[in-house]
Design a protein around this ligand. Sequence first.
Ligand code: FAD
Length: 466
Amino acid sequence: MARIVVLGAGLAGLGTALLLARDRHEVIVVERDPAGPPPPAETDTAWNDWQRRGVNQFRLPHFMLPRWWQLVREQLPEVGDALPAVGARRVNLIGMLPEEQRGPIRPGDERFDTVTARRPVLEAVLSAAAATAGVTIRRGVAVTGLTTDGHTRVTGVLTAAGPAIPADLVVDCGGRRSALSAWLQAAGARAPAEERSDSGFVYHCRQFRSGTGELPSALANLLHHYDSLSAITLPGDNGTWSVVLATASRDNALRGLREPSRWHAAIARYPLLAPWADAEPISGVDVMAGIEDRCRRLVVDGDPVATGVVAVGDAWACTSPSVGRGASMAMIQAVLLRDLLRETDPADHDKFARGFDEASTRVVEPLYRATVWTDRHRLAEMAADAAGTSYQPGDPRWAMSKALFAAGLADPDLARGYASIAAFIATPDEVFGAPGVVDRVVALGMGAPRYPLPGATRTELLAALS
Ligand SMILES: Cc1cc2nc3c(=O)[nH]c(=O)nc-3n(C[C@H](O)[C@H](O)[C@H](O)COP(=O)(O)OP(=O)(O)OC[C@H]3O[C@@H](n4cnc5c(N)ncnc54)[C@H](O)[C@@H]3O)c2cc1C
């Protein structure tokens, strides 16, 4: 069994540590933020008091997709049991739709199940499970660099205070701001291959709680697109939920959404959203912009830039969160790492580095690319909205993905097709590849209005903000 240092106790770091500890590896998690979580049942203490400066999005909305929940139930059943016990909400993406849209609940709809909670609550549960599984979590310890064998094999991490920590394998789960590239180059390695760009979105988020614990009565898909704006309604734990209004960061006319009174004035113009904002707020309107899409590879021109180190989660690839896939992608990749460790000794350094790169590139990179593809089209569509033109990219896949949403409002089978992609449990190719789907989507969805859900036009939105 290997001695593994995981850098970062976020969603990827804790999930990875749990998987590896269950396989009896010695796992040490090193986390820069000093404060640990309260006991998992103290959900409001976690929400109100737990300080996590290392994660910008710590108090911003997070929803765990059915794909994440599937992996957690299969791979980390103790987490699957612990989450509902502290009030995490059981949700079914089909059950959330109005019955006239989805038809009766069918056998198999349980694949759309998930359990979700506010991010501090999720992390508190994962932390407690990791401690129980024998993971050592050292908080308040900042990694400042890597130790090597004098060449490009990483042998451990350097810390700000105290001695270096040796490891058979270092797993960088340091998040979107991971300094891995700079550390590798400081250690004499070539730079990893990196692509990055601003995703171009700005998120205006507010979280709420109901006195009854019930969700608002208006039911819909989680993600709704409107003229110039996308909205996301996300259930949370213990009667909480959040509403996100996403706009193009270049669309200065919508900057007023940062002010709570204007944010609420805008929401009131969207009948499916308004009930979600009619409750006790438990946050201000939190704004997050400048979110990068970034992907990095540690095998460049056919050779590893270094061995003894891998990156998982946002440290490997991160995207704008509009479709809520970050935690699921991190868990998928963490399982790949666990499986590789079962078949390849990390002491076989070169083989291990190539094996992890191959698996990540084969399985996770397409998910990253598909997410970026969706976001780029949506951003361009918002730019066209702002310019008063119609977005016609000449990409039939984009037209079909929009048509699938519209068709799913009228056809229960297609509602499930759309939800499968949103839940991250099927790819568009799988959904459109099913017999008859393309024809039905074309018939029901191609002629639909650009934004089929009821809500404000851009002119009405601007009037609400003025
Ligand atoms: C606004 C927003 C909303 C999102 N919503 C969703 C959602 O609904 N669903 C979803 O699945 N995903 C969502 N995501 C993405 C999700 O937050 C990330 O994918 C997830 O946090 C990745 O986890 P991670 O462990 O890789 O990184 P992080 O959670 O960022 O954790 C990194 C950790 O590493 C620590 N660290 C960094 N550097 C060092 C160092 N030098 N030494 C020691 N420790 C260090 C940090 O303190 C931190 O604890 C959202 C992201 C944003 C920005």
